[in-house]
Design a protein around this ligand. Structure first.
Ligand code: CA
Length: 149
């Protein structure tokens, strides 16, 4: 119970720390003609048996969820686009946006990586092609390190 509470508070703190994205909401409600880029998170990335996996969530103030596209990069090279629309009731609840319940995304891609450290990053796009490089690990960090084998 305490762990769940801690995780909920941690998630809220991380989300709140995305102050640049968060402060856009009230402005946008006041100016419905203004489009804002998506928000979200690269939760984790891993590599095993020649398969790269990454997952997270992304949602858009105007479009809700899922977003239009999430592109994944490894060592700054595009490896593919994530499967979208995965259920994330935790995001909808924490962000108080029922229309963000399908914000989850994930990707599995067969790629060859040498052993050692690699960096994954994800970019989410909305219908207007506004985009956000998703934070990972902590707000403002845009690359998730993982090991190639
Ligand atoms: Ca938008």
């Amino acid at each position: 119970m305490r762990v769940k509470m801690f995780l909920a508070v941690l998630l809220l703190a991380l989300v709140t720390a995305c102050s640049e994205q968060k402060t856009m909401f009230p402005e946008n409600f006041a100016n419905p003609g203004v489009n804002t880029p998506p928000t979200g998170w690269l939760d984790d990335a891993a590599y095993s048996d020649g398969k790269f996996k990454a997952w997270g969530w992304a949602a858009d103030n105007e479009d809700g969820s899922p977003v239009t596209r999430v592109a994944l990069y490894v060592d700054n090279k595009l490896v593919g686009y994530a499967k979208l629309g995965i259920e994330r009731p935790d995001v909808a609840k924490t962000m108080q946006r029922p229309d963000w319940a399908k914000a989850g995304w994930q990707i599995e891609a067969q790629i060859q990586l040498p052993s050692g450290s690699h960096k994954a990053s994800a970019v989410a796009y909305d219908k207007m092609s506004a985009f956000t490089i998703l934070s990972c690990v902590k707000p403002g960090q845009f690359e998730k390190e993982f090991l190639g084998k």
